[in-house]
Design a binder for this molecule. Structure first.
Ligand code: GLA
Length: 706
C-alpha cells in the first residue's frame, strides 16, 4: 500500500508499507516525527505534533521489542518515553552501569520512526542503594522511614541521594546526549513527597536563616509572641508536619518548592553538560494538575518544556476543569506544553476505575492540543505482568495484542500526522487571564474558614463563562507580565504584598481591568493579616474595602446592574470611600450584617479599572458578571455562538488561525463557521462553511485570517 503523509509545510514524503515494513523516502526534507530525520540530525526542533506512550522495554524480553514498536508505528505513535523507573536495570550494582540494552531499544525505536524521551530513573531507587545508604530514605510526617518495594521512597533533600541521581543522569546523558534518536529528557517522575528527617530540618533552619538573617526578623514576621512561639535559637524551629503558625507553614511550602527545584537542578546541570541543546529537559507534573505541594512556576522555570499528566480517574471528562488544567499548564512557562501521561481509557487508582466512552479518549487528546499541547503520551503502552498497576488501562494487552482502545488511539495518531502541518508554530493567545498564586492557595488551604471553599471550583466559576463566550483564557501567576491582557480576574488572591499590589496597580493604571474576587488582599507575604482591610494595599485605589467577611452555610440573595442571583460559601460586606466608586451588586436580606450592603464595586483608575467582587456567586449570576466585565473590556468572542456542548479552541500563528472544535455533547451539533476554512482532518483542499459534529467528534479548521 502506498500512502502519502504530509510531513511539513510543502515537504511531502512517501512511506511504503507492506508486510510490517515501513520505508521512508525524502529523508532529507523530513520534519515530522520520522526516525531517520533524528538519525541524520536533519531537524533539531521537536516535531510539531506527537502521539506516544510510556514504554518499559526493561520489563520484556528483547525479542518482543520489535513487535511492540511495530504496533506503535502502525498506530502512528512517534514518541516513546523510556527509562524512568529502570534504575535497577541500568545500574544493577553500585557503579556498574548497563546502558547497552537502552541503546538497542533507542535504535530499534528509531527504525520504527519513534523518537525517544529518556526519563531519569530517580523516582525509584534500587534496593542496593537505600540498603547501603539508609540516609537516602524519606521520613514521613509521622517519623517513619519509607521502605523499598514501592517507589518515591527517597529523600529529596539528601545530598547523598542527589549524588547518586547526578551519577546516573550523567551516565545517561554521556551516552545519549548526542543520540539523534533521543529528543528530550524527563527528570524523575511526578515529584511528590517531602521528607521530615532531622537533616532536612537542619536545611530548613539554614534556609530560614538565609532568608531572615536574624531570629528577631523571623519572630516579627511570624508574630511569634502569639502563644509564646518565640524562637531563641534556629535549632528550635520545627519542620511542620501537622499544622502550625501560618507564617511557618507558608515558608515551609516555599522551602519545599526550592528543595525540589534544587533536587531537579542537580540533574539539569549534569544533563546539560553532556547533552545537545536540541534535547529538551522537562519533568512530568502530576497530581491531576492542581497539586499544591510545591510551586509549579518555581519548578518549571529552569526547564525547557512544561509537561503534565492528565488523568480523569473515575467518570468522564470534566470539560471545563480539564481545559482549565491545560491552560494552567500552559501558563507555567507561557508556552506550549506536553501531556506526558494520560489514560488509555481507564486508570487503576480511582474509587471506581470506569473507562472513558468510545470516542472520549480522542476528544480528550484533541482538547489537549486545542489548549496548547504539542504532544500527548499514553500511560502506558502495555501493563507490566506484575507490579502495583496490573489493572491500569493500556494500549496492548498482556498477550501483546491490541486492546479495543488501540484503534481509537491509532485514529488519533493518524489525525495528528494529518494536522501537524497546520498546527506547526501555532499557540493559544489570550486577551483575558485568571491570576493564581501559590502563596494565596496555600494561605487559604491552611485556614479555609469554610471547608467547602474550594479554590479550584471558585476559579472555574470565572473560567466557565469566559470559555462559554468562546474566549481563549490564560491562567498565569499573579506576578507575571500582564501586558497582553485587557482583562484579568484574580478569584482568590489572598496574599497581596506591597510589590504585588504595585504590579497590579501598574497594570490597571496602564489601561487594564483587574477584577479581584473574594478573600483578596487579606494577607501579606508572611501570611500575616494586612493591617489595611481587604484588599490590603489595593484598598486605597479601589476606593473601598471589606468591612467583614462571612463564611456562609446557606445562600444570600444578591442583585444589581449585572443581574440577580445568590451568593454562597463566602460573602464580604464592602464599603465605599470615594464618590466615583460604583456599586454593581448588593446583598439582599440575610444575616443582618450583609443586608443591603455592597457585594461588588468598581472604580476607574488611571486608564483602567479595578473591581472587587466579595462573594462566590451562583453560575448564572457569575455568567452575567463576567459578561459585564468582558463587554467593559471590549472583548469579542473569537468564534460565533456554537451549540451547547461544543468546545472551541483557538491556536494562532502569524497570519493564520487554527480552530479545534470538539463536540462534548450527546447530540449531533451543526456549527456554522464565521468564514470558509479548510477542513484539516478530512480534505485540506476543501473549504467548508459549516461542520456537523457527532458526539465526541472533532474538527480542525484552518483559516488564513487572524
Ligand atoms: C502517574 C505516574 C505513572 C503511573 C500513572 C498511573 O501519573 O507518573 O508512573 O503510575 O500515574 O495512572
Amino acid at each position: 500500500m502506498r500512502k502519502r503523509i504530509v510531513i511539513g509545510r510543502g515537504t511531502p514524503a512517501y512511506t511504503l508499507r507492506g508486510a510490517g515494513l515501513a520505508l521512508t523516502l525524502s529523508l532529507a526534507t523530513l520534519s515530522f516525527a520520522r526516525g531517520p530525520a533524528f538519525a541524520q540530525g536533519v531537524n533539531t526542533a521537536p516535531p510539531p505534533l506527537l502521539l506516544g506512550a510510556a514504554w518499559y522495554p526493561e520489563q520484556w524480553p528483547e525479542s518482543r521489542w520489535d513487535a511492540d514498536l511495530q504496533l506503535m508505528e502502525d498506530a502512528h505513535l512517534h514518541v516513546a518515553r523510556v527509562g524512568e523507573f529502570a534504575w535497577s536495570t541500568i545500574e544493577p550494582e553500585e557503579g556498574h552501569y548497563d546502558l547497552d540494552w537502552l541503546e538497542r531499544a533507542v535504535r530499534l525505536a528509531e527504525k520504527h520512526h519513534i523518537a525517544v524521551v529518556i526519563g531519569t530513573p530517580t523516582d525509584a531507587p534500587p534496593a542496593w542503594l537505600t540498603a547501603a545508604h539508609p540516609e537516602t530514605l524519606r521520613i514521613d510526617a509521622t517519623g517513619r522511614p519509607a521502605e523499598h518495594g514501592s517507589r518515591r521512597q527517597f529523600n529529596y533533600a539528601s545530598p547523598e541521594y542527589r549524588k547518586f541521581c547526578a551519577d546516573i543522569a550523567g551516565q545517561l546523558a554521556r551516552r545519549f546526549g548526542h543520540d539523534p534518536g533521543v529528543i528530550g529528557w524527563q527528570i524523575g517522575n511526578e515529584y511528590t513527597d517531602e521528607s521530615f528527617d532531622p537533616a532536612t530540618r537542619l536545611q530548613f533552619q539554614a534556609w530560614l536563616k538565609r532568608k531572615y538573617g536574624t531570629l528577631d526578623a523571623l519572630n516579627r514576621a511570624w508574630v511569634t509572641a502569639y502563644w509564646s512561639q518565640t524562637y531563641y535559637r534556629w535549632e528550635e524551629i520545627p519542620l511542620p508536619s501537622a499544622g502550625g503558625n501560618p507564617g511557618l507553614l507558608l515558608d515551609h511550602r516555599r522551602f519545599v518548592s526550592e528543595t525540589w527545584r534544587d533536587f531537579q537542578q542537580v540533574q539539569i546541570d549534569v544533563i546539560r553538560k553532556y547533552a545537545d541543546p536540541r534535547q529538551f529537559i522537562t519533568t512530568n507534573i502530576g497530581g491531576l494538575g492542581w497539586s499544591d505541594n510545591w510551586d509549579h512556576y518555581e519548578i518549571t522555570r529552569p526547564l525547557d518544556l512544561a509537561s503534565w499528566d492528565d488523568y480523569v480517574g473515575e467518570g468522564h471528562l470534566n470539560v471545563a476543569r480539564n481545559a482549565a488544567m491545560h491552560d494552567f499548564a500552559h501558563g507555567w512557562k507561557r508556552e506550549n506544553f506536553w501531556v506526558m501521561e494520560t489514560q488509555p481509557g481507564s486508570v487503576n487508582w480511582a474509587p471506581v476505575n470506569t473507562t472513558l466512552d468510545a470516542g472520549e479518549t480522542r476528544a480528550m487528546a484533541w482538547q489537549a492540543i486545542g489548549h496548547g499541547a504539542d504532544a500527548v503520551l499514553y500511560w502506558q503502552w502495555r501493563d507490566a505482568l506484575n507490579g502495583q498497576e496490573q489493572y491500569h488501562g493500556a494500549i496492548v494487552g498482556p498477550d501483546g495484542a491490541p486492546l479495543p482502545i488501540y484503534s481509537e488511539i491509532s485514529r488519533i495518531g493518524s489525525e495528528f500526522e494529518r494536522a501537524a502541518d497546520a498546527l506547526r508554530g501555532t499557540r493559544p493567545e489570550a486577551q483575558v487571564a485568571l491570576l493564581v498564586s501559590y502563596d494565596s492557595r496555600w494561605a487559604i488551604d491552611f485556614q479555609p474558614h469554610n471547608r467547602n471553599y474550594d479554590q479550584l471550583d471558585v476559579l472555574l466559576g470565572y473560567y466557565r463563562p469566559l470559555r462559554d463566550q468562546q474566549l481563549t483564557v490564560d491562567i498565569v501567576s499573579a506576578d507575571s507580565s500582564l501586558d497582553n491582557y485587557k482583562l484579568v480576574f484574580a478569584p482568590s488572591l489572598n496574599v497581596i504584598s506591597q510589590d504585588l499590589a504595585a504590579h497590579l496597580l501598574t497594570y490597571v493604571q496602564q489601561g487594564g481591568h483587574l477584577v479581584l474576587g473574594p478573600r483578596s488582599g487579606m494577607k501579606d507575604e508572611h501570611n500575616s493579616l494586612n493591617t489595611q482591610r481587604q484588599p490590603g494595599p489595593l484598598a486605597a485605589p479601589l476606593g473601598g474595602r471589606v468591612e467583614q467577611y462571612y463564611a456562609l452555610d446557606g445562600v444570600v440573595p444578591v442583585s444589581g446592574t449585572p443581574g440577580s442571583g445568590t451568593a454562597s460559601l463566602w460573602a464580604e460586606q464592602i464599603s465605599t470611600s470615594a464618590p466615583d466608586v460604583a456599586v454593581l451588586l448588593r446583598y439582599g436580606k440575610s444575616n443582618g450584617w450583609l443586608d443591603d450592603r455592597p457585594a461588588m464595586i468598581t472604580r476607574g483608575v488611571g486608564k483602567g479599572r479595578i473591581t472587587y467582587l466579595g462573594a462566590v456567586l451562583d453560575p448564572d449570576l457569575m455568567r452575567k458578571v463576567v459578561a459585564w466585565a468582558t463587554s467593559d473590556a471590549h472583548l469579542v468572542p473569537e468564534f460565533p455562538e456554537v451549540p451547547t456542548g461544543v468546545e472551541v479552541c483557538r491556536r494562532v500563528d502569524a497570519g493564520r488561525t487554527v480552530f479545534v472544535l470538539i463536540n462534548h455533547g450527546a447530540a449531533v451539533a451543526h456549527v456554522a463557521l464565521p468564514s470558509a476554512m479548510s477542513d484539516v482532518l478530512h480534505d485540506n483542499s476543501r473549504h467548508v462553511t459549516s461542520v456537523d459534529l457527532a458526539p465526541q467528534d472533532v474538527a480542525v479548521l484552518e483559516s488564513n485570517a487572524r
